[in-house]
Structures are given as structure tokens and as C-alpha cells.
Design a protein around this ligand. Structure first.
Ligand code: B12
Length: 282
């Protein structure tokens, strides 16, 4: 079967509603479908996308908009969730471009649209409604999207601000946040070295000490072990203090620490972070 044709179950997972709801929408003609020889409903990805767009244009188009996810997520978040789960990287890139044309910054789009959409995917996964495989599809679609967006935002004329190391600490695998941070730093004139996830903290400290970058950006998810995070951040902060490297940390893990070393600036949102890195002497 063609890649862009999905079953009722697939649509239900992507939209976060029950199969019965999808069938009702299809039978009412709100969501276009066709039938197989055996009588099963099938949906084209482009029709599911058109359905989402219709919802955005007229919130009442779907009488059951309050069902399931539509009640928890904004339409943009719902759209991002569906696109990530259906691995539609082209449409995710378009979504980011569209939001930027509406005057929203990249930081805003990730803070307010993509992170909440991914957080909802995490909740559905934790509740057993999405499989690990589906969560991987969504995260890899996002990683590909971030790579595809980079040439669109890089401003070669920006003054060179120095080198930035972007990394997670220890066994942390949630590296999408730090990848977005890398994207934003590149747009602000930094040359970024992306270490990603799963990096021994001693290696990061050694790299900071020997290469003396202008800044090191760290990310830790809610999964991070706080004891370990406290000790890891102390090691990196110690290496950075000696080389006058600024340390910028963010993510749910850092938000949960009672305090961080004095030379570490902590952020929860990318929007606050951008304000700081944009400062003339930032
Ligand atoms: C994708 C994902 C994965 C992917 C990660 C792929 C990758 N390459 O990153 C994979 C499948 C590998 C994964 C694995 C696991 N995951 Co996971 N994962 C997620 C998920 C769904 C999305 C995270 C994400 O990418 N979000 C998109 C980015 C853009 O948003 P963000 O990370 O929130 O970052 C935002 C801010 O925090 C901030 N930010 C982040 N970092 C920084 C840094 C700086 C400097 C600044 C300024 C800002 C900033 O900016 C971003 C935009 O606002 C989350 C759900 C959630 N609530 O986050 C679960 C989640 C984090 N995972 C969870 C779990 C349990 C796991 C596993 C333990 C599962 C398992 N049993 O194996 C493993 C742990 C692996 C490990 N050792 O780290 C739990 C953690 C529970 C908790 N205690 O909080 C969550 C919350 C899911 C859930 N609801 O239960 N996961």
C-alpha cells in the first residue's frame, strides 16, 4: 500500500482521537476517505492534512473538536503532533516557515508549538496509546526538520560571535532541545559544535578546558537523575570558570535543580535564552 494511505487506526493515532470518532467524521464527510474492495475506510495523508487545515480555519468545522487532544492542544500544536507522527518533514518545515512569516520567532515556535506537541506525544506514549516506535518516528522527523530548517535561518552576514559547544550531560538521550539551541546560536552568529546526547561529562569538561569556547549550552530532560545532574553541572561549570566560558543550561531537568553553580545561567524557555544571547555583549 502507498506510504501516504493510512487506516482508520492510523488516523486515530495521529489525531489522538478514538477510531469511532474518525469513522464518524469520515461518514459525515468532514474527513475525506475512500473504501477498499473489502469495505474498509482508508485515508490519504493529504486529506488528513486538509482536515487539520480546515479545523484551523473554522474551529467549529468539527462538531467534536472538544474530543480528545483537540481539547488539550491548540490547532498548531495538533498539527505539529500529527505531522511529526506521520513523518511529514516537508510539512513540518512549512509549518515553521508559515509561523515565521506570521512574525513568530523560531524560539516561539519551538517553545509554544513543537515542545507542547512533543510533550503530548510523550504522555500518549506513557499511557500506552502510542508505541515506542511511533515516538521514535516523531523524534526523528523533528531532528530531520531541524536540519532542514538550518539553511533557512543561518545569516552568514551576522558578526562572528565565537564557538559554542551544545550538549547533553551523561546518559541523557533527549537531544532535540539542544539541537534547537544550536540552531538558534547559529542564527545569532556562533559556530556550533553539536555533541548531542550520551556524552561522558569528563569529556565535555576536557573539551571546554582545552578549546575554551565562548559558551557551552547544556540541556537536561525531566528524565535526568538530579544527583547526577548536580555533580555533572559542577564539573562542567568548574572547567568553564577557568576558561571564562559562559554556561547556559535549560530543559526540565535543570528546572528541577534547587540551584546551579554561580557561573551557570538557567533558562526554561528558548525565548528567554534568545533575549540573552541577542544582547550586544551577550
Ligand atoms: C522524543 C522523546 C524521547 C526520544 C529522544 C530522542 C532525541 N534524540 O532527543 C527517545 C525515544 C530516545 C526517548 C527516550 C527516553 N525517554 Co523520552 N521523551 C521524548 C519526548 C516525547 C519529547 C522530548 C522532545 O524532544 N521534545 C521537543 C523539544 C523541542 O522540547 P524539550 O525537550 O521539552 O525542550 C524545550 C525546553 O525544555 C527548552 N530546552 C531544552 N533544553 C534546553 C537547553 C537550553 C540551553 C535552553 C535555553 C532551553 C532548553 O527548549 C525546548 C523548547 O521549549 C518527551 C516528552 C516531554 N514531555 O518532553 C519524553 C520524555 C522526556 N521521555 C521520558 C522517558 C521516561 C524516556 C525513557 C526513560 C524511556 C525508556 N524507558 O527508555 C528514555 C530515556 C533515555 C535517556 N537515557 O535519556 C519521560 C521522562 C519522564 C520524566 N521523569 O520527566 C518523558 C517526559 C515522556 C513521558 N511523558 O513520560 N525519549
Amino acid at each position: 500500500m502507498a506510504m501516504d494511505i493510512i487506516s482508520t487506526k492510523g488516523v486515530a493515532e495521529v489525531l489522538g482521537v478514538s477510531e469511532a470518532t474518525v469513522k464518524r467524521w469520515a461518514d459525515a464527510g468532514t474527513l475525506k476517505c475512500f473504501r477498499t474492495a473489502g469495505g474498509h475506510r482508508k485515508f490519504r495523508l493529504r486529506d488528513v492534512r486538509a482536515f487539520l487545515t480546515d479545523q484551523m480555519d473554522s474551529p467549529d468545522a468539527v462538531g467534536e473538536a472538544s474530543v480528545g487532544l483537540a481539547a488539550e492542544l491548540t490547532r498548531e500544536q495538533l498539527e505539529a503532533r500529527a505531522l511529526a507522527l506521520s513523518s511529514d518533514v516537508d510539512a513540518l518545515v512549512s509549518l515553521i516557515a508559515r509561523e515565521r512569516m506570521r512574525g513568530r520567532s523560531l524560539a516561539h515556535v519551538f517553545d509554544e508549538v513543537i515542545a507542547p506537541a512533543m510533550s503530548q506525544i510523550g504522555e500518549s506514549w506513557a499511557a500506552g496509546k502510542l508505541t515506542t516506535a511511533q515516538e521514535h518516528v516523531a523524534s526523528n522527523a523533528l531532528i530531520e526538520t531541524i536540519a532542514r530548517v538550518r539553511p533557512l535561518i543561518e545569516r552568514p552576514s551576522t558578526r562572528y560571535r565565537g564557538r559554542a559547544i551544545c550538549t547533553c550531560l551523561g546518559d541523557e538521550q533527549h537531544d532535540i532541545g539542544v539541537r534547537v539551541v544550536g540552531l538558534i546560536l547559529a542564527a545569532e552568529g556562533f559556530r556550533t559544535s553539536m555533541l548531542g546526547g550520551n556524552v561522558p561529562t569528563s569529556d565535555i569538561a576536557r573539551m571546554v578546558a582545552s578549546e575554551q569556547p565562548a559558551l557551552v549550552a547544556l540541556s537536561a530532560s525531566g528524565h535526568a537523575n538530579l544527583e547526577r545532574l548536580r555533580s555533572d553541572i559542577a564539573i562542567v561549570a568548574g572547567a568553564a570558570a577557568a576558561s571564562q566560558t559562559r554556561v547556559l543550561a535549560g530543559g526540565h531537568g535543570f528546572a528541577r535543580l534547587a540551584s546551579v553553580p554561580s557561573n551557570v545561567s538557567r533558562f526554561f524557555k528558548l525565548q528567554e535564552f534568545v533575549t540573552l544571547v541577542k544582547e550586544p555583549n551577550g
